[in-house]
Design a protein around this ligand. Structure first.
Ligand SMILES: [Zn+2]
Length: 164
């Protein structure tokens, strides 16, 4: 899933968590659940397992940074808009949202760390990540249907929080 989808869903989940630990836990696990759904990702060649070990060393580095920044910023903006719709500006504590969102993107950061370092400490986590991607993602999705799943998932989480 693109980072925006993870930020939005894990931030929303965090907002509903009763404490910081729960926000972190549900944010983190939501990542793997989302990754099981059929989805589309854009590729960042700097981050692929095959790329040279340094980050942003390819000739597309600036384009990759711009892609990532747009993805993250877009996710934060949509998250804030949805939170505003759910809580009508009455959110008392933004910390669980922040914690949820950070833990929601953490698996991808750890994945990158694993690809770059190949540390055995992260291999099992990388295996879990690859497994979640393999469940319903048998075929490579093109952008439109692959994004549709992400939008539907976000919509369902939003509806669950707003109306239940
Ligand atoms: Zn992931």
């Amino acid at each position: 899933m693109i980072l925006a989808s993870h930020i939005i869903v894990s931030g929303l989940v965090g907002s509903a968590a009763k404490n910081y630990f729960a926000a972190a836990f549900f944010g983190f696990t939501s990542h793997y659940i989302l990754d099981t759904l059929p989805h589309w990702d854009y590729s960042i060649d700097d981050f692929s397992p095959e790329s040279p070990s340094g980050l942003f060393k390819t000739k597309n580095a600036w384009r990759n940074i711009a892609k990532l920044a747009t993805d993250v910023a877009g996710g934060i903006i949509v998250l804030l808009i949805l939170l505003n719709r759910i809580y009508q500006n009455n959110i008392e504590n933004i910390a669980p949202v922040f914690i949820g969102a950070v833990f929601g993107v953490l698996p991808d950061a750890l994945q990158l760390l694993y690809w770059k370092t190949k540390t055995p400490y992260l291999k099992w986590l990388s295996d879990i990540h690859a497994f979640t991607h393999s469940i319903f993602n048998k075929t490579k999705k093109t952008a439109l249907p692959g994004l549709a799943y992400q939008i539907i998932t976000i919509a369902l989480v939003f509806i669950a929080l707003k109306f239940f």
